[in-house]
Design a protein around this ligand. Structure first.
Ligand SMILES: [Mn+2]
Length: 352
């Protein structure tokens, strides 16, 4: 973890920030490996502190030598610690810190409070080997799961039953948890990009969209496939092929150094030129790591540039309200010249 802390320290130095209070759980885990419901990390130029209560104190001490572990309780709180430390400037993760905590801090410390948002998120964009391995394992489990589901899917099953089967398979086969609530929608419900599974039964002639992910060694995977049940209309086939062409174009163009909005443009142009720009109402993709949605962002407004060893999704879709929708999503590692697609499941049209 030390190289991660070093990266954060040099960012802090470049921003002339003497101390950063890390409040976001994923960021704390990223720096320390500790999963705690009550933890504060303070990074200064020369020292790193991990503050936690009795319940996590021993586990925290067993971690690494990189942190001085400080016991907090009702008598000695994180506010007391920060009063003693009293840096000239204290950066806060303002998207995470509550207004209550901020007010309390403002009333008790002399430090000027500044925004430290995205410092660690920025560090997290480029993954190290251990992170890429974890994501690759999570993605491989998704592939296995999709193979299983293709054999399981049949008309008459409900969306909830299919979602449950996905979740059970993932957990039985090594997932620590789910990366997000499984999306399983069928028929006219496939036009809902983030629809929740219902008791609706799957019927012949329908599309079914499965968007799922799991967590392995703390890291997420994310993939989407849309498959046809029994038969397909010409219109369904056409829409599917437009989305597929756009998705493949995104995969072939993405590489380190390219602007995220450029990838989005390549994908979006194909869909817009086919006449469905309005029906593709979300971004082309997002970063994946400890969180299933993290930096960078791939949409028309993004200022992010793709970096080597970052991990992104490429997931265009077309959604025709009250008719049907199609989304295809892969998860890829960015390299200097292309991508390594970590989703190996077939994405050509499958009719079961
Ligand atoms: Mn996604």
């Amino acid at each position: 973890m030390d190289h991660r802390i070093d990266k954060v320290k040099s960012l802090l130095r470049s921003k002339d920030i003497p101390a950063l209070l890390v409040s976001k759980k994923e960021n704390q885990y990223y720096l320390s490996g500790l999963n705690s419901s009550n933890c504060h990390i303070v990074i200064t130029d020369d020292k790193n502190y991990l503050l936690t209560d009795f319940r996590y104190f021993e586990a925290a001490q067993d971690l690494t030598g990189s942190f001085e572990v400080v016991l907090i309780n009702n008598e000695y709180t994180v506010i007391n610690f920060l009063q003693e430390l009293s840096p000239a400037k204290l950066a806060l993760e303002e998207k995470t810190v509550t207004l209550k905590f901020y007010k309390e801090l403002k009333d008790s410390v002399k430090s000027s409070l500044v925004s430290g948002d995205d410092i660690i998120e920025q560090t997290r964009v480029v993954k190290d080997e251990a992170e890429l391995n974890a994501i690759s394992k999570a993605a491989a489990l998704n592939d296995l799961c999709f193979e299983h589901i293709l054999n399981y899917l049949k008309p008459g099953l409900s969306e909830i039953e299919v979602a449950l089967e996905i979740e059970m398979f993932l957990k039985k086969n090594g997932a620590e948890g789910l990366a997000f609530d499984t999306i399983c929608v069928s028929g006219i419900r496939t036009s809902l990009p983030h629809g929740q599974p219902t008791k609706k039964l799957i019927e012949r002639g329908e599309f079914i969209t499965l968007d799922f992910g799991c967590v392995v060694d703390g890291y997420c995977s994310d993939m989407t496939r849309t498959v046809a049940i029994g038969s397909i209309t010409q219109e369904q086939r056409e829409i599917y092929n437009i989305v597929l062409e756009a998705q493949k174009a995104g995969c072939s163009v993405a590489r380190a150094g390219l602007a995220c909005k450029e990838v989005d443009k390549v994908v979006r142009d194909i869909i817009s030129n086919a006449g469905f720009g309005e029906e593709f109402g979300h971004g082309t993709g997002h970063g994946v790591g400890l969180e299933v949605h993290e930096a960078p962002t791939l949409n028309p407004k993004s200022d992010d540039i793709l970096l080597e060893n970052s991990v992104i999704t490429i997931e265009p879709g077309i959604y025709l309200p009250k008719k049907f929708g199609v989304r295809i999503e892969d998860l890829a590692i960015i390299t200097s010249s292309s991508i390594i697609n970590k989703v190996n499941s077939n994405k050509e049209l499958i009719i079961i």
